[in-house]
Design a binder for this molecule. Structure first.
Ligand SMILES: Cc1ncc(C[n+]2csc(CCOP(=O)(O)OP(=O)(O)O)c2C)c(N)n1
Length: 628
């Protein structure tokens, strides 16, 4: 990675101030804490944390950092480092924890040696995710303490503190963020950078702790429960948890994270800030029982403001029941269980709970900024190398007929589910395409294909392919290899051979993995995605071949290509009006956004065209050509 000017968050000077992204602040906090190993897998909204850490590493290469093959491996890398006594960080989006869950559920029995912080970036409203699972429940499931921050500054401070906490209590810590914090910008004051200790971090054998044979697991489970009891006691003293009792106020609010910031704003707006007591949680699990009991004593009615599941609400109600407390506790009755909260929803919920009119409800909406941005339906980019593969598939499907099933996966190529390609029929989670295809082919009469990206194949696709080979499932796996984890920001992966730091690693060739699973040479095709003829030939051959087949459809992502080759001259295509008979195949079937219809004629948006030239072979009338 090229060394540019130092961004503010890399400065070595404590107390400097600036405005940064939540994810940059988190990276800074992790660095300030003296992290020694950071590992993870990209996923919105978490990716910039690791990318910022890699940038910091560029200036201070005093810690180790890697993009791991998937979140399970990332978690395990961090765990190994923690076992050696080093400070370790594992980074993932919420669904990544599903992948890492097997390790996580057991690692929390043994706890941390070196400070171990797992960051789970949740995505209420599914802005860029297949679900909006609430990972606080994972933390509770694993008896792992969970921290949340209300703003960018606190995000840095809490994640830094999390390492000290982890070592003090020998416990893993889950730092849970949400998109609104990860991608918010806010003020940040830098803190001191803790220097990594100059000592050796060897693995000291401790089989009773790290080797989860049932006999050891039973002992570790007891230790985990004992640790949990200590954490439960400590929760009342957590430095970022704050109980504010307003004398005489009979109403209380419990909240945490970004929703707490909305509560603050809403109470100011409603001029109720001095009339309500509040409990702001920095540690949302285990919850601070004594502070909640104190709030009970000072209130008659409590509302819990939280996004997604009634996590704090259920606990608070249970605590009230156990203590025979007669306080009215409500939450989800006034706030939705799905999607994100915002100031309006919180004002609405609070006024509903307080049984007062919402003074803002009838105010005219400021429409000045509505509908100004032109609508941007999600589409594959101009020149996207995936488009041609789907076009070729549809072409052969039309020619041969039959009911084709396209089991899809997660990546840019999922956008082929939309018109005009409509070539993704299922999409569950990363790596599911091949497994689902294996199931469908057992019943379905017709070709069954699995479409999977290169990064996703490395991530969790390989076991599905091994299953297809082992069980002789008749499927065609198409690996869409665009040399990047494009959807989340072009991150490198094992197939690219480049590390997160920009330094060269060792490339793991996809084709060797495919062959290693047992796919025979005559069941494997490697084609240029942008070559229509080669693509259609390979698809036809694969359809006529029995048993599992793999087509590696390879061409670099058009955007990545432009990033790498900034000086490359782009020669856009143009339409030969004499030859174009307006058949509209390029628009209605191929659908590159650089092609449009103007005055009822096909035309090229020149500054969008990447010059890939694929549409030239799509046109049956030779009406598209490179411009001079
Ligand atoms: C378990 C999990 N981790 C991370 C993500 C975020 N994510 C969505 S698609 C994707 C990978 C896309 O890369 P690739 O398969 O190469 O396809 P491309 O976008 O390059 O076409 C990632 C990391 C996710 N959805 N689920």
């Amino acid at each position: 990675m090229e060394k540019m000017g130092k961004p503010f968050y890399v400065l070595d000077k404590a107390n400097s101030k600036g405005v940064v992204l939540g994810n940059e602040a988190l990276a800074r906090g992790i660095f300030e804490a003296g992290v020694q190993v950071a590992a993870g897998y990209p996923g919105t909204p978490s990716s910039e944390i690791m990318e910022t850490l890699a940038e910091i590493h560029n200036f201070y290469p005093i810690f180790d950092i890697e993009w791991s093959t998937n979140e399970a491996v990332g978690f395990q890398v961090a765990l190994g480092a923690s076992m050696c006594g080093a400070r370790a960080f594992a980074c993932m989006k919420h669904v990544g924890l599903n992948v890492a869950a097997d390790s996580f559920m057991t690692a929390t029995y043994a706890g941390a040696n070196g400070g171990f912080v797992l960051l789970s970036a949740d995505d209420p409203n599914c802005y860029s995710s297949q679900n909006e699972q609430d990972n606080r429940i994972y933390g509770m499931h694993a008896l792992c303490p969970i921290f949340e921050a209300i703003n960018v500054q606190e995000a840095k401070d809490i994640v830094k503190y999390a390492f000290d906490f982890s070592e003090e209590f020998e416990s893993l810590v889950m730092m849970r963020t949400t998109t609104r914090l990860n991608h918010a910008r806010g003020d940040l004051t830098l803190g001191e950078i803790k220097r990594v200790e100059e000592r050796e971090y060897n693995f000291d054998k401790d089989r009773a702790r790290w080797t989860f044979l049932p006999s050891n697991a039973r002992v570790q489970r007891v230790k985990q429960l004992e640790r949990y009891e200590i954490l439960r006691q400590f929760s009342d003293k957590f430095p970022y948890t704050k109980l504010s009792i307003n004398d005489g106020a009979k109403i209380g609010v419990i909240s945490s994270g970004i929703p707490y910031s909305y509560v603050n704003d809403a109470l100011l707006k409603l001029e109720l800030a001095n009339k309500i007591s509040s409990l702001k949680l920095g540690m949302v699990f285990p919850q601070p029982e004594n502070l909640i009991l104190e709030l009970f004593e000072n209130t008659e009615k409590i509302v819990i403001v939280e996004e997604l599941d009634p996590f704090l609400e259920d606990f608070t109600k249970k605590l009230a029941f156990e203590h025979g407390v007669n306080v009215k506790i409500e939450g989800k009755k006034y706030f939705p269980r799905n999607g994100e909260l915002n100031l309006n929803k919180v004002v609405n919920g609070l006024t509903g709970f307080l049984e007062i009119p919402n003074p803002f409800i009838d105010l005219p909406v400021d429409t000045r900024y509505l509908h100004k941005a032109s609508p941007r339906p999600p589409v594959l980019c101009p020149g996207c190398s995936h488009r041609n593969t789907f076009y070729a598939l549809k072409l052969i499907e039309q020619r041969l007929g039959g009911k084709w099933v396209y089991a899809g996966d997660i990546g840019c190529y999922t956008l082929a589910a939309y018109k005009p390609l409509e070539a993704i029929d299922t999409c569950i989670c990363m790596g599911a395409s091949i497994g689902v295809a294996n199931g469908i082919t057992k019943l379905h009469k017709g070709p069954v294909l699995a479409l999977i990206g290169d990064s996703t194949f490395f991530h969790t696709g390989i076991p599905g392919l091994i299953d297809a080979v082992y069980n002789q499932n008749d499927i065609i796996v198409i690996i869409l290899d665009n040399s990047a984890t494009a959807m989340t920001g072009f991150q490198p992966h094992p197939g690219t051979g480049m590390k997160i730091t920009g330094e060269p690693g060792t490339r793991v060739p996809l084709e060797q993995i495919v062959q290693g699973t047992g796919i025979q040479e005559d069941h494997l095709w490697i084609i240029d995605s942008n070559d229509l003829e080669e693509s259609t030939e390979a698809i036809k051959e694969a359809i006529n071949t029995k048993g599992p087949c793999v087509i590696i459809s390879r061409h670099i992502c058009a955007l990545l290509d432009q990033r790498i080759h900034r000086d490359k001259k782009i020669i856009p295509v143009e339409i030969d009006a004499d030859k174009c008979n307006n058949c509209m195949i390029c628009i209605s079937n191929f659908g590159c956004p650089a092609l449009t219809v103007k005055d009822e004629k096909v035309s090229v948006i020149q500054n969008q065209c990447t010059g890939c030239g694929v549409c030239i072979s799509v046109c049956p009338n030779d009406a598209i050509q490179f411009s001079e």
